[in-house]
Every structure is written in C-alpha cells, then in structure tokens.
Design a protein around this ligand. Structure first.
Ligand SMILES: [Zn+2]
Length: 496
C-alpha cells in the first residue's frame, strides 16, 4: 500500500525545554533524561487543551493508549486529537500519516527528539459513558476531570516525563504525580510511561484538599455537587488511609489522587496512583456502608494490585478482590465507621452468596481459575476471596497464639513483592511462614480445589452461630454470649 504523507508547515515560537537536565529527587542528584509535556488551558475554552511536547524517539511510530472503552469511537483517544504538527527541535516539519489503532507513522527520521504540538478536544467529558465516566472524563461546567491517557502522544521508548501546566490564575490543579524539585508548583516528575498514561487528573474550580500521612500525600478532588460533602468525605478517607498505612508501614513517598463526583451509577476505577469513583446518592452518615465501603475497597487496590505485583493477572484476582473487600469491611467496623449490626449484615450477605455459589451451584471452577472470568464467577472471586481471607486471618491468629494476624501476611507480601512479582506458590509460602504452619493443604482444597470452606467452624471461632439455607443463599449470624465469643474481639482488632 502506498503511504501518503502530508507535509505540514508550521512556525512555532514556543519555549523549548531541554530534555536533559539535573533534577533532585529524594535528595539524590542524578542526570535524568525525560520527555516534556506542556499543557495549556484557556479560560474561554476549558475543554480544548493544547499540548506542546518534546518526545524522544527511536524508529518511526508515535502512539496513543489504545484502550478506550467506547464503541462509538473506534479510533479511541486519537478521535479527540486535533491539529497535530510534528517538527524537529529546530522547527523543520516532519511529515506523518495516521494509521489506525492509535498510531502515527512518521517519515524516516534521524532525530532523537521530536517536537509535537496538538490540541485535545475534551468535549467527551460532557457525554455519558456507558462504562462509567470515571473511565473517561467528566465536567460540571466549572472543572474538568479526565483520564490522563487522553492527553499524551508518546513514542516506543519508556521514558520518564516532566509534565507542566499553564492554567488560568485562580484555577486548581490535582494530579497524581510528585512535584519536580526546583520547579514551580505546576511542574511534575512522572517516572515512567505507565504512571503517565494510567492515571487521572482534574483542573478548574473544584474542591481541592491535600492530606499528609507520613510520606503518603493525598490529594482529594471533589467536583460538582460532591463539593459540599467534603468534610464528611475527608474525615472518613483519612481514617481509612491511616488504618491502611499501619498495615503497609513501608509505603513509598507518593502523591495519591482521589476524585469523586456524583453520577448515574456507583462505580470506581483504580489507576496507577489515583482512584476515581462515582456515587449515585449523596453521601451521609447513614449510607457509609455503601460509599465508604466502596472507597475503602478501591483504595486497598493501591496496595494489593498496584504496589504488590503479581506475575499472573488472573491468578491474583481472588486475592486482590477478596482482600480489597475484606479489608474494606473490616476497616469500617474496626475504625467505628459502621455499627456492628450493619457489619454483621454484610458478612451474612458475603458468606451466604459464597456458600450458595461454591457449595451448591458451581462445583467445577476453583477460586484460582475463576479469575479468568470474574464477571461470571463474581461470587467465587470476590466472596470466595473474602471467605479465604477470613479463614486465613483465623488460621494465623490461632497458630501464632494471637501474636499475628492477616495484617502481618499482607505486610509481608508487600515487603517481599513490591519490586519482584509474586507467583501463586510465593503467596502460599508467605502465608505459611507468617502462620508458622504449612498451609499447602488449605490452599489446595479451597483455592486450587473446589471445596467449600467449613464456614460453620470458622464463624463459631469468631463467636457466631451460623444459621443457613444453602440453596437459597441465606445466612444469619447469631452472636453468642459474652463468655463464648472466642476470637471475636481479636478478629476485630479490639485492644484488650
Ligand atoms: Zn476491586
């Protein structure tokens, strides 16, 4: 096929950053090489963003992230890119052609760095996305939320980037990246391609709050009607974060962004160093089991998905979803965010569905295999993962005579596997080491195999009598008398 190249003449007189520079990060000085992206937003057209970039390149192809969850846009995020011009650093035009699937091919090129200028039309933030607007963008007319992959064109080199923003004065900016040392407050250092593209950001007039917990900094962004609920939202988010940081005491320095706005559905998306979720109903003290639980679940994925890395994506599903929901529920009760009665309802529901699905409906698929299709096997992946987390918590508490619990296992997984990915076998071994007993059989039966956990026994140890009708997915827990509570208080981490 004959390639047609369009020659574009451009005259650009914008300020160029040097792509080689000294920067100081964490008090060490090293020479870093990075791409630069300058983002300009004009008050008159807040949904039209101008990007001026200097990108290092090898070969002849430029890309955008191909994952766009909307069939109306078969060309994905490139559908929103307008007026792209490519030149050498000296301003010599470079011709290019767009080939499908979020790729541009440029003319044979000897330059190491190319200059790109383009506009991104963020009008898509105004429409409703079926998958949920947290996966694309949102605007309340005053501020704009967008996934970061909509903004950046990149080459095949996995470079670090410096991203800077030029916004109208008085506007706020919330991004999930660390400030670049010795630069202004709108210039950020982004360590790699994934952190650049798998994230989200907000600019404009919105509620912005920064919360510091040790090395972990939170930026909270609330848009639209959610702005007026900032106090309640913030107080609960702080409690949950503090609880998680106690478990993961070696959490690295990061600027984590949490964004929330109201939408048609309760939904959430966990990005590389950010989390966005949407809620259907206004938040209040009485519906915390819904919104605070959802927030706690998604936030836990920052540790168990993003920081604890798995070799195999499907193998880890029961573990990351199960523990995210387990820790969400447990943190809400342990921190006094929900009352025990609501917590008990939640446990009845989670385990009632697990028991029905595992013990009655689905006898062939193991929890481990269920990760291949977690939509279909939701009650194995989420509820089954939850049940295994509870059982492991009890196994560790019992075997260590109350000296250890599941938190120690999670901490150990984090300490061992935040740089090298873990395999399923690593997980089994780590659990066995923390429990001080060989748990190979336990995992063989309930995670690799299809046996139903003896829930009655485990719940008995936690001070509950279990009443159930398995084929109706019904379960009721009756709390035993005070002298028969067993591990109940230890399980809820109540101080003696
Ligand atoms: Zn999840």
């Amino acid at each position: 096929m004959k390639l047609r190249f369009y020659i574009l003449l451009v005259f650009i007189c914008t300020f160029s950053f040097s792509v080689f520079a000294f920067v100081g990060l964490d008090n060490t000085h090293e020479i870093l090489t990075y791409d630069t992206y300058e983002i300009f937003v004009d008050k008159k057209e807040p949904l039209r963003v101008h990007v001026s970039a200097e990108v290092r390149i090898k070969g002849d192809t430029l890309y955008m992230n191909p994952n766009c969850p909307n069939y109306d846009y078969p060309e994905g995020w490139t559908s929103f890119v307008k007026d792209l011009t490519i030149t050498t650093l000296k301003g010599k035009p470079v011709s290019y052609e767009y080939v499908s699937k979020s790729k541009w091919v440029i003319e044979p090129n000897r330059e190491e760095v190319l200059k790109l200028d383009y506009e991104v039309d963020l009008s898509f933030t105004k429409i409703r996305w079926d998958v949920g607007n947290e996966q694309a963008g949102f605007t309340d007319g005053k501020s704009v939320y967008t996934v970061s992959k909509a903004l950046f064109i990149y080459s095949n080199m996995d470079s670090a980037s410096m991203v800077s923003f030029n916004l109208p004065s008085q506007w706020n900016l919330a991004v999930p990246w660390n400030l670049m040392k010795d630069r202004n407050e709108y210039t950020f250092y982004v360590a790699n391609r994934e952190t650049l593209l798998e994230n989200s950001l907000v600019y404009g007039d919105f509620h912005l709050e920064k919360i510091q917990h040790g090395a972990f900094q939170f930026t909270l962004a609330l848009l639209g009607d959610a702005r007026k609920d900032s106090e309640l939202f913030n107080s609960i988010l702080s409690k949950i974060t503090r609880a998680y940081l106690k478990i993961f005491d070696k959490t690295p320095t990061s600027n984590y962004l949490v964004t929330m706005f109201y939408a048609a559905l309760n939904d959430g998306e966990s990005f590389n160093t950010s989390l966005t979720f949407t809620l259907k109903d206004p938040i209040n003290e009485h519906n915390k089991i819904i919104w605070a639980n959802q927030m706690a679940h998604e936030l836990f994925h920052y540790w168990n998905s993003d920081l604890i890395i798995a070799e195999n994506r499907t193998d880890r599903q029961w573990f990351s979803e199960g523990t995210a929901e387990y820790y969400a529920n447990m943190t809400l009760i342990r921190e006094g965010i929900i009352p025990e009665s609501i917590f008990q309802n939640k446990v009845e529901k989670v385990l009632g569905l697990y028991q029905n699905y595992r013990g009655w409906r689905e006898g062939k698929t193991s929890l481990l295999e269920a990760g291949k299709n977690k939509g279909v096997h939701r009650f194995l992946v989420y509820n089954g993962g939850w049940a295994v987390a509870m059982a492991l918590d009890i196994e560790i508490i019992e075997n260590s005579k109350g000296q250890k619990n599941l938190d120690d296992f999670m901490r150990s997984m984090f300490d061992k596997f935040s740089t090298t990915p873990y395999t399923y076998q690593d997980l089994v071994e780590t659990a066995s080491i923390v429990a001080g007993t060989d748990l190979t059989d336990f995992f063989a039966k309930y995670v690799e195999g299809t046996e139903l956990l003896p829930l009655n026994e485990y719940l008995g140890k936690l001070g509950y009598t279990m009443l159930d009708i398995i084929y109706e997915a019904e379960m009721y827990l009756v709390k035993k008398s005070d002298d028969q509570l067993g591990l109940h208080d230890t399980w809820l981490r109540k101080k003696p």
